[in-house]
Design a protein around this ligand. Structure first.
Ligand code: UTP
Length: 308
């Protein structure tokens, strides 16, 4: 039985350049899907999976995240005085208890591997989870919870994986598959951002990991890799052979909210699932549903103007 995972690391030190100008003065991880910031979805997923300690790796301009996970005394008093119990609950139900949240700075955005390495002292010598808030997974059982169950028997390093179109493998860490057993995939190695022609498979790592602390010593020795960044995937490749390493094909639908189209899709998908606005969201989708282009010529799709 593997050691229980109690700590989670949330790397939020990236610059979010794909969302400029929105992210000029606001962290990307605070962008909301409907009314909840991406980072809160990730923290709630970790809480549901039994995580007890929350470590944020922040950077410049990320103080809104600290404020979000702090008690808002004035706002709470204001809401309480007006009897707004629902709103009061919405700002405090999910707050981790005092002393269970820690922040460490990544001095410069040198890559995901570097961000995780910055958390080494706070993590110490125990297994830990890593959640990237811009990967949002809609699932009956939250993705990290599924992984925790699998990890209790596999131990070692476990990463969430999904098949992506071959043309997109150069955005991901990709598994060289050794064998598959149900949702678990043993890998020969992992490759960061391979070209579509050279990728060993299309099975790609998304932003959920359960890692052993041994990854830190590999990260310490790593030089900058693909894209001039210190890559977590490169350190993981070095652990294979030392520790069990598995991909976990999670159940659920993942949205890349670091990408504008992915963000839009997530907004619609989450709105449709909500009791208070599902019907309205489906109506919007219906009104905007557009006939497929018949050809590239005159019959090609022209946008329909709503209510025209
Ligand atoms: P991304 O690869 O999406 O990078 O990071 P980014 O800088 O945030 O966004 P773009 O590409 O410029 O638009 C994935 C996750 O890893 C964190 C980010 O904050 C994000 O949550 N990250 C990335 C760090 O914490 N530090 C880094 O150096 C890089």
């Amino acid at each position: 039985m593997a050691q229980r995972v109690k700590k989670a690391v949330f790397p939020v030190g990236g610059l979010g350049t794909r969302f400029l100008p929105a992210t000029k003065a606001m962290p990307k991880e605070m962008l909301p899907i409907i009314d909840k910031p991406l980072i809160q979805y990730a923290v709630e997923e970790a809480q549901a999976a039994g995580i007890e300690e929350f470590i944020f790796v922040t950077g410049r301009g990320k103080s809104a995240i600290e404020d979000h996970f702090d008690q808002a005394n004035e706002l709470e008093k204001f809401l309480a005085a007006r009897g707004k119990t629902k709103e009061l609950d919405a700002i405090r139900r999910w707050l981790p208890s005092a002393g269970k949240v820690a922040y460490v700075r990544q001095p410069a955005p040198l890559g995901l591997g570097h961000a995780v390495w910055c958390a080494r002292t706070l993590v110490g010598d125990e297994p830990f989870a890593v959640l990237l808030a811009d990967d949002l997974v809609q699932a009956e059982e939250p993705c990290l919870g599924q992984m925790m169950t699998a990890h209790a028997s596999t131990g070692g390093n476990l990463v969430a994986v999904m098949d992506v179109p071959r043309s997109q493998v150069d955005r991901y860490g990709v598994l060289d598959v050794l064998r598959t057993q149900g949702r678990l995939i043993a890998a020969r190695t992992v490759v960061e951002k391979p070209s579509p022609a050279e990728a060993p498979s299309t099975l790609s790592i998304i932003g959920r990991y359960i890692l052993q602390p041994s990854v830190f010593s590999h990260l310490s020795r790593l030089k900058q890799g693909t894209g001039g960044e210190i890559q977590l995937t490169d350190a993981l490749a070095l652990t294979i052979g030392e520790e069990p390493f598995h991909g976990y094909r999670f159940e659920g639908r993942r949205f890349d909210c670091g990408d504008k189209v992915g963000f839009l899709e997530a907004t619609m998908a989450f709105a449709m699932e909500r009791a208070d606005m599902g019907e309205a969201a489906r109506e919007i989708a219906r009104q905007h549903s557009m006939p497929k282009p018949l050809s590239n010529g005159d019959d090609a799709y022209r946008p329909r103007i709503l209510n025209a």
